[in-house]
Design a protein around this ligand. Structure first.
Ligand SMILES: Nc1nc2c(ncn2[C@@H]2O[C@H](COP(=O)(O)OP(=O)(O)OP(=O)(O)O)[C@@H](O)[C@H]2O)c(=O)[nH]1
Ligand SMILES: [Mg+2]
Length: 392
């Protein structure tokens, strides 16, 4: 019999098997091994210990995520490796999750729950906590039915029913009430944020926003450019809160620049929706600085994920400067041209300019400032092609 079902996204330290599929009809440009490598990092960040990976290639998606035979194989592996948890590389529907948990006899977690878990651990501000609470509650709501199934199997009865309604209905009501409370509090925080922005910018200063994959070096660049002390760490999702500062451009004009939360492959839409207040700076930006870690073997895929997610957020058309960061890890000096093969992999046509930087060495900072100034003054005059190979 399956263990008690929980959908807690709180911290856990368990031995885990990672499961991913490659669905050919969906043609994901992200290789399965790369996605699982990242899932493994996310699992570790959440405190789990991934001990095994199981993959399957399929022609079309399976209603049970993996095929029947694979589930049997998985159940066998679960027994023999004594794992506590199986983590799936995509968001599972409540039904899929329940079926898999029944068949495997251990806790089943999906990529969304894992990302929510990592976010929950990093949220320290009131706004961050509220937003993660909103995302977790939205995630939990459709999964409540499954959570009570262990009681339903016992035949309901004492302690499982309120007067005239089932426990699950009572729970749903409580959770909905919590949802509306959290949403109200977020709205309050957001209106304070709006006021602050108006005071800061006087309503007309240009807004520049750093965006990019988690761990690309956004906070490091932000600190360098504004001489601030935002936490920069070699971990996924160091930054959850937006920090905004005034920055001076070479001609003496000022703009505001914001450091924002990082993106990740298969970022759950509920999380993006919940973090809308935090992402407001990016949503309203006149100019985006899309930061890419050039030392990552997945730099091109990561750049594509961010571009796709910006488009999903409705800001795919905001002018963007491509900032190729961590140059020091692939070049010995700021003069060494960046290997063109790197640029060939990234679709540079969507960017108005390209700048190479090293936030830690301070390379390329004046180029970046000049590019920002030029872009704000005369958006889109330069073309990326002219800028490629032009170095710091
Ligand atoms: N060698 C090198 N390391 C860098 C550079 N820029 C950032 N880093 C390091 O990369 C790690 C991640 O940097 P952050 O600035 O925290 O990255 P981020 O994009 O803000 O990440 P999230 O907030 O998690 O989305 C840190 O350990 C930084 O010190 C760089 O140009 N060169
Ligand atoms: Mg950061």
């Amino acid at each position: 019999m399956a263990k008690k079902r929980t959908h807690s996204t709180g911290p856990f330290r368990e031995r885990a098997i990672l499961v991913g599929v490659n669905v050919r009809s969906q043609g994901d440009y992200w290789a399965l091994e790369d996605s699982l490598a990242e899932l493994s990092e996310l699992a570790r960040a959440a405190g789990a210990n991934p001990v095994e990976r199981v993959t399957q290639s399929m022609h079309k998606p399976s209603p049970t995520y993996v095929g029947k035979g694979k589930i049997e194989e998985l159940a066998h592996t679960v027994k023999h490796t004594e794992v506590d948890t199986v983590i799936f590389d995509d968001e599972l529907s409540p039904n899929q999750q329940k079926t898999l948990e029944d068949k495997l006899g251990v806790k089943v977690i999906d990529r969304t729950a894992l990302i929510l878990d990592v976010f929950a651990q990093r949220a320290w501000s009131r706004e961050g906590r509220l937003q993660i609470e909103l995302a977790q509650t939205e995630y939990l709501l459709p999964r409540l039915a499954g959570q009570w199934s262990h009681l339903e199997r016992l035949g309901g009865g004492v302690g499982t029913r309120g007067p005239g309604e089932t426990q699950i209905e009572t729970d749903r009501r409580l959770v909905r009430r919590k949802l509306s409370r959290v949403k109200k509090e977020i709205a309050q925080v957001q209106s304070q944020r709006d006021q602050q922005r108006m005071q800061r910018t006087g309503g007309n200063a240009k807004i520049v926003s750093l965006v990019g994959y988690t761990n690309a070096g956004k906070s490091a660049l932000f600190n360098k450019i504004t001489s601030s002390g935002v936490i920069e760490r070699n971990q996924l999702f160091s930054t959850l809160d937006t920090t905004t500062r005034k920055m001076w451009l070479p001609s003496g004009v000022s703009a505001t620049i914001s450091d924002t939360v990082g993106f990740v492959h298969k970022l759950p839409p509920i999380l993006v929706a919940a973090f809308r207040a935090t992402l407001e700076e990016a949503l309203e930006a006149d100019l985006l600085l899309q930061v890419v870690d050039v030392s990552s073997p997945y730099a091109a895929e990561q750049a594509q994920v961010v571009s796709d997610q910006l488009a999903d957020m409705g800001i795919g058309d905001t002018p963007k400067i491509l900032v190729l960061n961590k140059l020091d890890l692939v070049a010995s000096s700021s003069d060494e041209p960046l290997a063109l093969s790197m640029l060939e992999q990234i679709d540079v046509s969507q960017f108005t300019r390209v700048v190479t930087t090293s936030a830690t060495k301070g390379w390329g900072m004046s180029d970046l400032r000049e590019a920002i100034e030029a872009e704000i003054a005369e958006p889109g005059v330069d073309t990326s092609a002219d800028m490629i190979g032009q170095n710091v």
